[in-house]
Design a protein around this ligand. Structure first.
Ligand code: PNS
Length: 155
């Protein structure tokens, strides 16, 4: 059985995240989506709120977890064979490749990249929050459950 770990901040989950997770679900027997618990980063949604949104979006297709500290230690703790990340841009590649190499150096954990669909390549959680705060449309950017949560949080 192959297990993929999809880690991230997911503050909030976007259509880009959802696409990459859904494609990982098709390729692996087990997919663990793990939300980082980073006390030094101010988030719009709590860990539990982010997990609840991911659960509503992906249901039984995924397992949910949270982690602090080193990703590779968490990956081993959940029995992951690989880490799966989405890649949007060349900038993403530079950053993600460096992290992938560090993670491989630390424990041998491999990272597999899934190229984001072009229609989602410009979407980031931070831009989504900015547009939502300024009253812009969320159409095509986030799942319905996230749009609802953003409206409630920012109204
Ligand atoms: O959604 P994000 O914010 O791009 O997710 C980034 C995340 C959580 C995957 C990344 O920050 C991470 O892996 N953090 C764990 C810290 C770590 O292991 N660092 C050392 C190896 S690079």
């Amino acid at each position: 059985m192959t297990t993929a770990l999809c880690p991230g901040s997911f503050d909030p989950p976007t259509n880009g995240h959802t696409d990459v997770i859904s494609r990982a679900v098709k390729s692996f027997d087990r997919v663990v989506v793990s939300v980082i618990d980073n006390p030094s980063k101010r988030s719009l949604f709590t860990l539990e709120e982010r997990k609840a949104m991911l659960s509503e979006i992906h249901g039984d297709d995924i397992e949910l977890a949270t982690f602090r500290g080193l990703l590779v230690e968490h990956a081993e703790a959940v029995g992951a064979d690989v880490v799966v990340k989405g890649l949007r841009t060349v900038d993403d590649y530079e950053y993600e490749n460096q992290m992938a190499q560090m993670n491989r150096h630390l424990t041998g954990m491999e990272t597999l990249f899934i190229p984001t669909r072009p229609e989602f390549a410009f979407i980031s959680s931070s831009l989504v929050k900015e547009v939502a705060k300024l009253g812009g449309s969320m159409s095509g950017l986030v799942p319905d459950v996230v749009e609802k949560a953003l409206k409630e949080r920012l109204s």
